[in-house]
Design a protein around this ligand. Structure first.
Ligand code: FAD
Length: 391
């Protein structure tokens, strides 16, 4: 491969096949030419760049994790590097696709019947239908497994949903929203697909959000929202079923966490070479080299962890505690890396056109969503000691 990812110091991309490396290069070129020009203006406006949906659809990046229609899935390592490349350019776009492709399509692929998959997946693959994933609630974040309050009541050929969801990515414009609600009859959390326009369903954009600004996060409301009985996913019958989806996507967030670091690191390297002070490039100062070396150490350790996660996934051997450690470790190192990149830029580090302040802010959201550091640490701590410290 002629153009190795700058932060891939140990050459992890060499584990990909030649064809995969070529495809990744093509993806990088697509992202640099078609996506990068839009990201800062979209981030500043806190608007989703809708014009990119058709371009993403044409770039063959959606649905690569799934065997579908006779086409085998790509390797876990390849889809991991795909997420890295997306986030390296824009963690907001990586999140948009992570929600559509991972959380929403993943729920339907993992929990839906063959008929339900056939109903929604083809148009989601083509990005004619965009998905969202509604788990978190205003009063139920980290404790959502226990504290999920949205209810579902079976009424003849329909389910009736009541409750609220918060933070739902793509929620303002999604066509299908995977929604988790507690069945009043057996108290179990079940999985439903709510389609845009369902009576009693409304979505309101969360304003003044200062990370992942292009992602449209919404408050969702369900007031006697009626959906057909056929919209309950056949395999979504308890919270354990939700975890089947989250185990897969948590690894994807770790990959996005590496990409966010790589984007900031690459910007810092370029700036260190070009910015001159005291008559020489700042990259010639020992303290600047120290920042760069520390950033590269974080990127390299994070990438090593995610590569191993992908290998374990490939063997269907990834454990929850391993995914939890990777997600929390990578996003914690991410906060350091983007902070050092911001520092290296001096005052220019807070100007959006230099990108690093965007990575700096976005790293905060990656750190907290899909399980905060504290919650993932409790999962790891339980694994280490055999004692649960969850309250
Ligand atoms: C940008 C963004 C996008 C998101 N997208 C989606 C989405 O598409 N769909 C969706 O369903 N959700 C989404 N979320 C929600 C996200 O998963 C939650 O924010 C996350 O799970 C944390 O919940 P919370 O924000 O309510 O924090 P809380 O649970 O209220 O936690 C607050 C603090 O208390 C700590 N804490 C809580 N319990 C414990 C404990 N037992 N021990 C120690 N510390 C504890 C937490 O770690 C945290 O630091 C998104 C969030 C963000 C910020």
């Amino acid at each position: 491969m002629s153009d190795l990812l700058l932060g891939d110091f140990f050459g992890y991309q060499g584990l990909l096949s030649d064809a995969e490396q070529e495809e990744l290069l093509a993806l990088r070129e697509f992202l640099d030419s078609e996506v990068r020009p839009h990201v800062n203006s979209a981030w500043a406006a806190a608007e989703f760049p809708m014009e990119l949906i058709g371009k993403f659809a044409g770039a063959d990046i959606v649905g690569r994790s799934y065997d579908w229609d006779g086409r085998p899935r790509a390797s876990r390592l390849f889809t991991g590097f795909q997420a890295l490349e997306l986030s390296r350019v824009d963690p907001s776009m990586a999140t948009f696709l992570g929600v559509h492709n991972g959380l929403a399509m993943g729920s339907i692929m993992i929990l839906g019947s063959a008929e339900q998959r056939q109903r929604w997946i083809p148009s989601m693959m083509a990005m004619e239908t965009i998905g969202a994933f509604g788990l978190t609630e205003p009063e139920g974040g980290s404790d959502v497994a226990r504290g999920l309050r949205t209810t579902a009541r079976r009424d003849g050929d329909e389910w009736v949903l009541n409750g609220a969801k918060r933070w739902i990515g793509n929620g303002t414009f999604a066509d299908v929203i995977v929604v988790f609600a507690r069945d009043v009859d057996d108290d179990q959390v079940k999985t439903f697909v709510v389609e845009k326009g369902a009576p009693g369903f409304t979505a309101t954009k969360i304003e003044d959000k200062f990370a992942l600004r292009s992602v449209q996060n919404a408050d969702l409301s369900f007031v006697d929202c009626r959906i057909p009985a056929a919209n309950k996913l056949e395999g979504g019958n308890t919270f354990r079923d939700v975890n089947k989806v989250l185990k897969v996507t948590r690894g994807g967030v770790a990959w996005s966490g590496v990409g966010c670091q790589v984007g900031a690191y690459e910007a810092a390297v370029a700036y260190a070479r070009s910015r001159e002070q005291f008559g020489r490039p700042i990259g010639g100062f020992q303290l600047i080299q120290d920042l760069l070396a520390r950033m590269l150490g974080n990127v390299t350790a994070s990438l090593g962890m995610t590569v191993r996660i992908a290998q374990l996934q490939e063997d269907d051997a990834l454990r929850d505690d391993q995914a939890a450690l990777a997600k929390s470790y990578v996003t914690s190192r991410g906060r350091e890396t983007v902070g050092w990149a911001r520092e290296l830029f001096g005052g220019n580090g807070i100007v959006l056109e230099n990108d690093v302040i965007r990575f700096f802010a976005d790293a905060e959201a990656l750190y907290s969503y899909e399980g905060t550091r504290e919650i993932n640490t409790l999962i790891v701590g339980r694994s280490i000691t055999g004692i649960s410290a969850f309250v």
